[in-house]
Structure formats: C-alpha cells, structure tokens
Ligand binder design. Structure first.
Ligand SMILES: NC(=O)c1ccc[n+]([C@@H]2O[C@H](COP(=O)([O-])OP(=O)(O)OC[C@H]3O[C@@H](n4cnc5c(N)ncnc54)[C@H](O)[C@@H]3O)[C@@H](O)[C@H]2O)c1
Length: 696
C-alpha cells in the first residue's frame, strides 16, 4: 500500500502524501516517499522535487495509529527518510500548508528549501506527549529560527503561524494561496539559477550569548512544571545543538528520546491524548447522528456562571441573549463580561475591535418571550429546586420545538428538572466549571430521557467552544464533584491523624497538583460549604458529623476574601501564611475526639487523597455514571488540577498497580471505625486488583 502519489509537472517531480486525516508519518508513507525520491533522482526528465501534503495538513507528525506497533520502528524510520532528502542530488522543496507538526516539521527541515502558506501551523509539540522531537528537530530548528525561539517552541510545544516565521531561515517563501504552484516555481528558479542544495545541518550556531539564554530558560522550567521531566530534556537537547557537533547532537537527542519514550510521564500524556479522543465517542450514539442546529443561545442568570458561559459562545460568533429578573443584575453581568474582555485585550490576546464584535453579539432581556427563537437555553440561576422549576416551566412555555433546554446545576437531580417540562428528551445538563470562560472541562449530564441527538449536539458544541466534554450520568456531584468530596474528606482524615493543612497542601503540590485542598478552599471561600453543612445539620442533626472547617468558619474565617481561612493573608497579598490559630483549632478538634496525633508522611497524605479519588472513581465506573475510566481522568485533569504528567487518577492507579492501591486502602480502613466507614472499597476495584485486568 502506498501512502503517497507521484507525478511530474514541468520537469519537477511532485510527491503528495496521502495518509488522511493529517498525513501521519506512517511506515507506508515513509517507504513511498523514499521510493519516489529515488525514482525522481534517477529520472533524467526530472530536475527538482517538491514534497507536499494537502490543504489540511503537510503532516501532523507521527501516525498515532501505529503507536505501540512494530511499524513505528520499521525501516525506513523518519530519521533515515530525512537523511535521504538531505542527500538527494536534486533540489528538494517542501510545500507546506495546513498543519506541519512534530515529525512533519522535522521532515520539512530535511528539504533544501521550504515554501509555506501564510496560515500554515508550524510546531514541535512532542513535549505535550512527554517526549522530545526525536528526528533531528532539536538540532535543526535552532539552526533556522535561532536558539531562543527554538527553545521556546520545543519546551512548550507552541504552534506558530507560518507568517510569523517568514523572516526566519525556516521558510524561504510565504504565500497566501497555491503553495504547491509557488513551490514548483521556486524549484524551477533554484534549478535555473543553479542555487546550492542547502542543508540545515550545515548551518553553524553561534555560542555567543547562548549560555545566558539557556540558563534563563532552565531556571524558568525548573520553577515551573513541577515534577515534569520532558521540558528539561528538551532543553538539554537544544543545548546540545549549540555545544556539540551536529552528529553528536543527533545521537544525544536519540538517547534522551528513548529515555522519555519509556518514561511514566510520556505514558501518562499519551494516555491523555487518546482519552480525550475517546471521551466524545458514546457507544450507543452513532457518529453520524444528525445534529440540531445551534445558532443562537439564551442564558438565564447573569451571575458568576451565566456571564462566563455566555462568553464561550460570543467567542465563537454565536449570539447570546442573557435573561435576569432585574435590570441591575443584567447591568452588573454585562459590565463583568465587558471587563473580562477588556482585561484580555490589555494582555494583548484580543484586539479592541474583537471586544466590540463580541459585545455586539450579546443582548439582554427581562422577558422569556425573547427566548422564542433561541436554539439552546442554559440555565445558571440559584441552586434551588423551586427556582429551577420556575425557570424550566417558563422555558417549556416559550421555547420552540426542537430547542435544547440545559441546566448548569452542580448538585440537583437532572431527571427531576427534566420532569418540570413536557419535553424531558430535550433536557440535558451542561455543567461548566468556574471561571466558565476559562476552565476546559464541560461535564455533559445525560438524563434518563435525554435524546441521543441532544447529547451528540451538546458534545459537538462543547468542542466548538474549546471545551473538553465528558459525559456523566445523573448522581450527586456527577463525576468530578463527587470525587472531590471523597478527596477532601481524605485530606481532612489525614489532618485529624496528625498532618497540618500546610503539610497536606505541600505534599499534594509536590505530587503535582496546582494547589493543595486548603489553599483551594481559601481561594474559593469557605462560607458556601458551611451554609450547605448548616442546612444539612438542621435537617438531620443526628446524622451530622462536625468538621474542622465548621470551627474555622465559626471564627469568621472565610478564606482570602476575609483575610483569613485555613491560612492568614496580608492585605493585598494572596500568599498563604501558616497561622497558629488554625493549628490550635485543629488541636482542640482532635482532643475533643480523643485523637492522639501522629507523624503522617507526605507519601501517606498523597496516597490517602489520590486513592480516595481512585476508589470513588471506581464506584462511579461501576454504577455506569462514567462510561470509561479514561473519562474520569479527563474530568480530573481539566477540572481539578490533577497533574497531567500523571495521566489522571485512574491511569495513575494503574501505574502504581491496583493490587498496591487496594492493599493501601485496606490498611487505612483498619485504623479505626470511622476510617473503615470512609474507606469502603469499590467491589470493581477489588475485582480488578485481584484479576490484574486494567480498569477500562
Ligand atoms: N459558582 C460555581 O463555581 C458553579 C460551578 C458550576 C455550576 N454552578 C451552578 O451554576 C448555577 C449558578 O451559580 P452561580 O455561582 O453563577 O450563582 P450566582 O448567584 O452568581 O448567579 C445566579 C444568578 O441567577 C439570577 N437568578 C436567580 N433566580 C433567577 C430567575 N428565576 N430568573 C432569572 N435569573 C435568576 C440571580 O440574579 C443571579 O445573578 C447554580 O446552579 C450553581 O450550582 C456554579
């Protein structure tokens, strides 16, 4: 099977990659390319060679369908193909359109010249898979774009438009249209003028100033991504491009590439790559389900969530009508949206014209009658069933047939909400996370009666607004918050056993969480949770078990907004300061319960908190709330700051070994009656630990 085609145009051989969707560098493509290059070189009717992909992709890099198969290493491997290109005796020009990423860019760097479409997307994103570019990219890119830019591109995986690279030696020509035509003309010009066959490997990099650039980059990386090794290995290899010969540099790149390839970090990040793709496939919803059209959105409630939710649609050009009960609430909501956009503009991420364009798509109303023409309504009003009932009854009254009615509820039963309407099949949960314009996670809650096309439309829309959609069944807290409760309780148990809030935060931050649970609580505010607990305590005083957070709140400490919570804060400063008063509260709480504190190691803290996530995750899987273990990982990675290089709680558990996880849980459970109550093992987890079968 050939993954490329060959034709001759005006004495120029045109080799076109044919491996949709993104011309991944499959074994068949690599082989075809070498065969055709040899053919062109031997043909006296050919003066030059142009290699190209399609308008969608020059090449997206490695062929992911070959990952983990022998084809990855089957000759000719990409490094060999690149060497073949470099050493052809006729000029080779790469014509680049669409994406030119990873191995695709490395291949293009093996050509003698490169012509690109202005909007082509160029980058070496391997670091995002916990890897480094392993086919010479770390050695060639610095030679054409300079050390600093190459370092940034390779250590962050940033993708850049070709027009922004037009003044570098990476691109010889940038055109607006017809890249292939321009490349053929360019190749003929090279022949006519007898221009040299330029090889990137022969360009010298000046070591002058390199040390400073490298040291600054290293410091930044070391302070940044905690525990991640790939960005630093990327830096090491780029450093080699300056201080080693080209061939030594290539050899070094290979060594480090192989190390990363077998690292848990890369396994985790490759897991995420496929998990994200799997999450949007729903077994009983066919891929070709006809989607409903969503050209106008209505949002009810202009508070914290409603404003952020609206922005997602305005950002992609979908008009939004925002509804509130009172004009001043609308005015406040609109002002917040404008302020958010203006802040983004100040950071240079959007222009003033874009701010106005987006604001022009926003309209406001106090009347449900203005929802008659919207295709999707998302409710973000107070978390109260009576209020939801009032809203959904109105929506049912005014909305057109075929429109989608969505709720952003975090805790209420979606099936009950759907029951307030005469069309439960059109009702779905769209659970955004705060800040809704920033957070990537979107839990899509499938009610008992939600129609398949409503689900498929919601997933497609989620992708369109740049979210990572994951489907959840109906349960208290859905996937993410339900697991969060278990995690928070596990942290509290570690605290009661003897750890301090700051030790717990640090242990989890060193594991890689963006922030520990008590710092998160101080940031989010402690009062909302306290109000919920008080309501529960009133409703069922017998069953209520007080927690340390109650005492913290009783002392008027609601977190950063009151200058004190689990930590104290100096005015205008968000740095948490350990407060002896909190230590006293914890101490008194332990004493009241007759607990003698003991040393709790950082490892035990991490195990307790992460295994609590794993155990609850397994229960969620068992109940069919999540479709797959990897969906749970996507929720936790995108909504709760779980470290990407660990692949999510379920993947992490698999790497630790389910047997070891279950053994640790049993030991925690044996400590006391209340621990035994908390650590009730998921039968599914236990079964898989026993059989050694991965949780899927
Ligand atoms: N805040 C979060 O972090 C978060 C995250 C996910 C989901 N949620 C959910 O989103 C919903 C809204 O939460 P929020 O934090 O934005 O609350 P909020 O108090 O900031 O905003 C609610 C808004 O709804 C308006 N409102 C109330 N009743 C209304 C009615 N009958 N008609 C029209 N408008 C009405 C209020 O005036 C207010 O502006 C809740 O269901 C909540 O559980 C919140």
């Amino acid at each position: 099977m050939s993954h490329a085609t060959y034709e001759i145009k005006d004495r120029v051989a045109l080799i076109t990659f044919q491996n949709p969707p993104v011309n991944g560098m499959s074994y068949a493509l690599r082989k075809s390319l070498v065969v055709f290059v040899d053919q062109a070189e031997a043909d006296s009717g050919v003066d030059a060679i142009v290699i190209t992909g399609s308008a969608r992709a020059f090449s997206g890099g490695a062929d992911v369908t070959e990952f983990g198969t022998p084809k990855v290493l089957q000759q000719p491997i990409l490094r060999v193909v690149i060497e073949v290109l470099e050493n052809v005796t006729k000029p080779v020009v790469a014509a680049i359109d669409g994406v030119c990423l990873g191995g695709g860019l490395e291949l293009a760097l093996g050509a003698h010249y490169r012509v690109a479409a202005a909007h082509a997307q160029i980058g070496l994103p391997e670091v995002k898979l916990g890897l480094l570019p392993g086919a010479g990219g770390t050695q060639r890119l610095p030679r054409v774009v300079g050390l600093e830019k190459a370092l940034h591109m390779i250590t962050t995986g940033q993708i850049i438009k070709a027009k922004a690279l037009a003044d570098t030696a990476l691109l010889d020509k940038v055109v607006e249209t017809d890249v292939v035509g321009a490349a053929i003309e360019f190749a003929k010009e090279v022949v006519a003028q007898n221009l040299p066959l330029k090889r990137v490997r022969d360009i010298e990099i000046s070591p002058e100033g390199a040390r400073e650039i490298l040291d600054a980059a290293r410091e930044k990386l070391e302070n940044g991504k905690k525990g991640q090794i790939a960005p630093l290995k990327c830096l090491d290899t780029v450093q080699a491009s300056v201080f080693m010969s080209f061939d030594e540099g290539l050899k070094y790149e290979r060594e480090l590439f192989l190390q990363l390839m077998s690292s848990p970090e890369s396994a985790a990040m490759r897991h995420i790559f496929s998990a994200e793709r799997a999450a949007t496939k729903i077994p009983d919803v066919p891929a070709d389900t006809l989607l409903r059209k969503v050209e106008k959105v209505g949002v009810i409630g202009a508070g914290t969530m409603g404003g952020g939710i609206s922005m997602n649609f305005l950002n992609v050009g979908i008009p939004v009508v925002l509804l509130e009960q009172k004009q001043d609430a609308l005015d406040r909501g609109v002002a917040t949206i404008r302020r958010n956009y203006e802040n983004t503009m100040k950071k240079g991420r959007i222009t003033a014209a874009q701010v106005e364009e987006r604001m022009a798509l926003l309209s406001t109303t106090l009347s449900y009658d203005d929802f008659a023409d919207v295709d999707l309504a998302i409710e973000a009003v107070f978390e109260n069933m009576d209020v939801k009932k009032a809203v959904f009854s109105e929506l049912d009254r005014v909305m057109k047939k075929g429109a989608i009615l969505a709720s952003n509820t975090s805790t209420l039963d979606l099936n009950v909400i759907a029951g307030f309407t005469s069309r439960p099949e059109d009702v779905i949960g769209l659970h955004f996370f705060s800040p809704a314009n920033v957070m990537k996670l979107l839990e899509i809650v499938r009610g008992e009666k939600t129609a398949k096309d409503v689900l498929a439309t919601s997933i497609a829309l989620g992708k369109k607004i740049g979210k990572k959609p994951v489907v959840s069944g109906v349960c208290d807290g859905f996937i993410g918050n339900r697991m969060l409760y278990a995690y928070r309780d596990a942290a509290d148990n570690a605290m009661l056993a003897g750890a301090s809030p700051s030790q717990i935060d640090k242990a989890l931050e060193n594991f890689g969480f963006a922030m520990g649970p008590y710092r998160v609580a101080d940031l989010a505010g402690l009062d909302i949770g306290w109000a919920v607990r008080k309501r529960r305590a009133e409703a069922n005083p017998e069953a209520y078990v007080p927690v340390v957070a109650d005492r913290i709140c009783e002392a008027g400490r609601f977190g950063q907004k009151t200058g004190a919570g689990w930590y104290k804060y100096e005015t205008g400063n968000r740095t948490p300061i350990v407060d002896p008063m909190v230590e006293n509260i914890v101490k008194e709480f332990r004493e009241a319960r007759g607990i003698t504190p003991r040393e709790v190691s950082d490892q035990e803290i991490v195990n307790r908190c992460v295994y609590a996530l794993v155990n609850e995750g397994a229960k969620i899987l068992e109940e069919g709330i999540a479709l797959r273990a990897s969906d749970i990982d996507i929720v936790y990675l995108n909504g709760y700051g779980f470290p990407a290089h660990r692949g999510g709680p379920m993947h992490y558990a698999q790497q630790v070994g389910l047997f070891n996880v279950v053994r640790a849980i049993k030991r925690f459970a044996a400590a006391s009656e209340s621990e035994a109550k908390f650590w009730q093992i998921s039968p599914l987890l236990e079964k898989h630990a026993e059989s050694n079968e991965p949780l899927k």
